[in-house]
Ligand binder design. Structure first.
Ligand code: PLP
Length: 376
């Protein structure tokens, strides 16, 4: 049922792109191709393999449907799916870097990416310069003759800082540098980095795309030539998405629009309430009118999802007690699923991150307020 107009309407892409009823005994839901191998007809021995699939480390029909959907949502030519967000990150980087080269990354980047650079890329003398990323001059100043990648995360997932995607893409293009963005928070529904000139838009699909906290998965989207390069790395490093997880990711995508909308509305409701609570010093949420990068947010995103973070006016132990009293938010470092979560980062800022799930927003706010009111 793939038809050209599906490819530019997100709701239709989410619901139907990749449906081919007649290819699957008229099943309304495509099956899970739990097959490692796709055989060659004996009469074609010696010729190059006619079908699209040969071995599931390189490609699989169920995984292919997930990839097609994400590519269409991102307005990219192609996408490659991975066994985790980290596999998407490592493969996208290894496809574009050689020993002795340099990366510029935002300093609020996801911890796993920081670890990759520090512990592993350093073994190949790949250096990284971190920049706050809120002014284009910071990128200009950090670029060296051997810079090959600018790595962005906008909004970042702890303090929700933004980078100007159009400006960074323009600068990088002039210098022949590849741009990569972790687009997990906004999802391709709220932000389409490829249309703003970014080369690779990647996701931890363990978050919103899967959306049910039942899979670990990743995906990277970009031009056909770029994704071909990344797929070659994936084939050799072996971090390919498995068919069952791809099927669950496709199921997750069917409700992505509904989940992002509801969870984003709840996040906005709670962010505003938190802003006016006397125990809250600061709320970090790009949807708020008070958010310092508000105009940039509106110029490159079409809406706001969850999570958000806030800073408490209390001691470290009072902050932890605040989290312990909370009933509706389980404590854990992930986000993007159906369930509300809270995570204590603490430190001088007494930082707390919450992901607002699909529960009733008034119930969630009452839970937070009751616990905030108890801080002395
Ligand atoms: C912003 C962000 N990017 C990437 C990742 C890594 O994704 P995964 O856990 O699917 O490997 C995470 C995981 O928490 C994340 O929060």
């Amino acid at each position: 049922m793939s038809s050209p107009d599906l490819s530019c309407n997100d709701a239709n892409i989410l619901a139907h792109l990749g449906d081919e009823y007649s290819a699957h005994n008229d099943a309304v839901v495509p099956p899970v191709y739990l097959s490692s191998l796709f055989v060659v007809p004996k009469e074609e021995l010696g010729a190059s393999k006619p079908g699209k699939f040969s071995y599931s480390r390189a490609g699989n029909p169920t995984v292919d449907i997930f990839e097609q959907k994400v590519a269409a949502l991102e307005r990219a030519e192609e996408a490659a799916a991975f066994s985790s967000g980290m596999a998407a990150i490592t493969s996208s980087i290894f496809a574009n870097i050689k020993a002795g080269e340099h990366i510029v990354a935002v300093d609020t980047v996801y911890g796993g990416m920081r670890h990759l650079v520090q512990e592993y890329l350093s073994r190949f003398n790949v250096e990284v310069s971190y920049v706050p990323g809120d002014r284009i001059e910071q990128f200009e100043e950090a670029i060296k003759p051997n810079t090959k990648i600018i790595y962005l995360e906008s909004p970042s997932s702890i303090v929700f800082m933004l980078q100007d995607l159009r400006a960074v893409a323009e600068l990088a293009k002039k210098k022949g540098i590849i741009t990569i963005i972790d687009n997990s928070w906004a999802t391709p529904l709220l932000q389409k980095p490829i249309t703003m000139g970014i080369d690779i838009s990647l996701h931890s699909a363990s978050k919103y795309l899967g959306g049910h906290s039942d899979i670990v998965a990743g995906v990277a989207a970009g031009s056909a030539a770029m994704i071909d390069k990344i797929r070659n790395v994936r084939s050799i490093y072996g971090g390919t998405l498995q068919p069952m997880e791809a099927w669950l990711a496709i199921r997750g995508l069917r409700t992505l629009k509904l989940r992002v909308k509801t969870e984003g509305q709840t996040a906005m409701f709670i962010a505003k309430k938190l802003e006016s609570h006397p125990r809250v010093r600061k709320v970090n949420y790009p949807g708020l009118a008070s958010y310092p990068q508000r105009s940039l947010a509106l110029s490159q995103m079409s809406g706001f999802s969850s999570p958000l973070s806030f800073e408490l006016d209390c001691s470290e132990s009072e902050g932890m007690e605040f989290v312990r009293r909370i009933k509706w938010f389980a404590s854990g470092p992930s986000w993007g699923g159906f369930e509300s979560l809270i995570y204590w980062f603490g430190g001088e800022r007494r930082l707390v991150r919450i992901h607002t799930g699909l529960e009733d927003k008034e119930t969630l706010w009452k839970d937070l307020k009751d616990s905030l009111d108890e801080i002395k």
